[in-house]
Design a protein around this ligand. Structure first.
Ligand code: UD1
Length: 423
């Protein structure tokens, strides 16, 4: 496992191109299973998670070609509607194949994801929706087995869930009759999935709202799609710019998807200039404390909670960050404290005392966004930080090393084995 060694204190400037959205491409890849045909995806980020999903599609029997951010998927040869534990345990988004597989084969066996570093992360809403669509759902030796011909129904979600909305959408496009989903998630990644399904011939009304109406179709077809830019990657670089930037230009992001975070960054004093081709951001002379509460889109995303806490360690005063989506998603807090941050955690509420002088330290984290928050801390910390388990970053940030280096960060990848040999 590799580590990043980051020398802090260097100002960032220049252009950073934003990659395709991980959370959009994963369900879109799964959607290609619904109907046997050829699919071409552009702007696919080369990430561990996209490779894991490609591997899963291959296990199911698809042929996948992935080169230079272009992915070609042929699902005509699929024959094995199964998602093995070995893959699902490494990436929960593998569960996205559930809806497509039942829709296509009338049966499937998908490993139930286990626990997660952010708490229980249940899939009850996915399963309840499949049952409402007429599937018989059982648990057999750790696997969800779903069988049956799907029929449209009304599904009212108690909680807004990105995954359950995506899975249900992918099942409903082939269910007989009409399905109505209320309290559906409307994250841009769900909108992107719905548009992709429309291109496959699905009938979906209400895209971009919390009520989706789907009229099941007997036939769909292959298609071609451009993956939307990754708003979480873009926002992570915007926060890097607000912490250490001297005109950092974020290129290729969709500004519409960043309204909330841009507002928060400006409230914190960051200098933001919106250009047609790029969003430019610079560090404020003094960072103001700004509280955030995570919420479903268009609210502040839980996927940017860790990065905001890091930013707020530099604010002139105290701020409060609450995660209402994932109550236990705070693995980064003890690591930031090791770097000198002053953060008090009570349940899902973090109180950050700023400004804190961060000092480089060896740190590690157990998920993608928490790791990103440690990179941000390392960029402004005095001295050198070592961030282990770089593979978490590789799951969600394409070429992060190259992108940061191009902005002027001092970041080096070191293989752990190398250190053992030297030691
Ligand atoms: C997706 C994103 C993840 C993001 C999250 C919230 C992907 C691959 N992952 O995860 O990066 O942090 O949305 O924006 O797109 N819940 C239930 N029962 C369920 C499902 C969810 O109670 O069956 C709850 C969860 O515990 C959580 C809330 O619903 O409190 C939202 O979770 P959800 O939107 O489903 O997250 P994911 O789709 O897993």
């Amino acid at each position: 496992m590799d580590r990043f060694v980051i020398e802090g204190g260097h100002r960032l400037s220049g252009v950073v191109p934003i990659s395709g959205a991980k959370n959009a491409v994963l369900p879109i890849m799964a959607a290609s299973l619904i109907w046997p045909d050829r699919y071409i995806l552009h702007n696919v980020p080369s990430l561990r998670d996209t490779l894991t999903m490609a591997h899963l599609l291959e296990i199911i029997g698809a042929r996948v070609l992935f080169e230079h951010n272009r992915m070609e998927i042929d699902t005509t040869t699929c024959h094995n509607p199964e998602a093995p534990y070995e893959l699902v345990k490494t990436m929960r988004a593998s569960f996205y194949v559930l809806g497509p597989l039942v829709a296509r084969f009338g049966r499937c066996r998908v490993s139930l994801p286990g626990g997660c570093n952010w708490g229980p992360r249940p899939v009850d809403l996915h399963l309840k929706a499949m049952e409402l669509l007429g599937a018989d759902v059982t648990l057999e030796e750790g696997y969800i087995v779903a069988r049956g011909q799907l029929k449209g129904n009304t599904i009212d979600f108690d909680v807004s869930s990105v995954g359950a909305t995506g899975n249900t959408l992918m099942a409903a496009v082939r269910a007989e009759g009409e399905t109505v989903m209320t309290n559906a998630a409307r994250e841009p990644e769900i909108t992107a999935l719905a548009r992709f399904l429309q291109k496959m011939g699905a009938r979906i009304d209400g895209i971009g709202t919390t009520t989706l109406r789907i009229t099941g179709q007997n036939e769909l077809h292959g298609t071609e799609e451009e993956i939307i830019p990754d708003r979480i990657e873009a926002a992570t670089f915007l926060i890097a710019g607000a912490m250490a930037g001297d005109k950092v230009r974020i290129k290729g992001a969709s500004e519409d998807h960043l309204t909330d975070i841009l507002g928060k960054l400006e409230a914190a004093g960051a200098v933001v200039n919106r250009h047609e081709e790029a969003i430019e951001i610079s560090r404020p002379s003094a960072t103001l404390p700004v509280d955030v509460v995570t919420a479903p889109y268009p609210g502040y995303p839980t996927d940017l909670q860790a990065q905001w806490i890091t930013f707020m360690t530099q604010a002139e005063g105290n701020s409060v960050v609450r995660d209402n989506i994932y109550m236990d998603r705070f693995a980064h807090v003890p690591e930031l404290i090791r770097m000198g941050a002053r953060i008090r955690l009570e349940g899902n509420k973090a109180t950050i005392e700023g400004p804190a002088e961060l000092i480089g330290a060896p740190v590690m984290s157990t998920d993608i966004r928490a790791s990103a928050s440690l990179v941000l801390a390392a960029l402004v910390a005095g001295g050198t930080s070592e961030i282990s388990r770089v593979y978490h970053l590789e799951r969600g940030y394409e070429n992060i090393e190259e992108k940061l280096t191009a902005l002027g960060a001092r970041i080096e990848r070191v293989a752990d084995d190398h250190r053992l040999q030297k030691g």
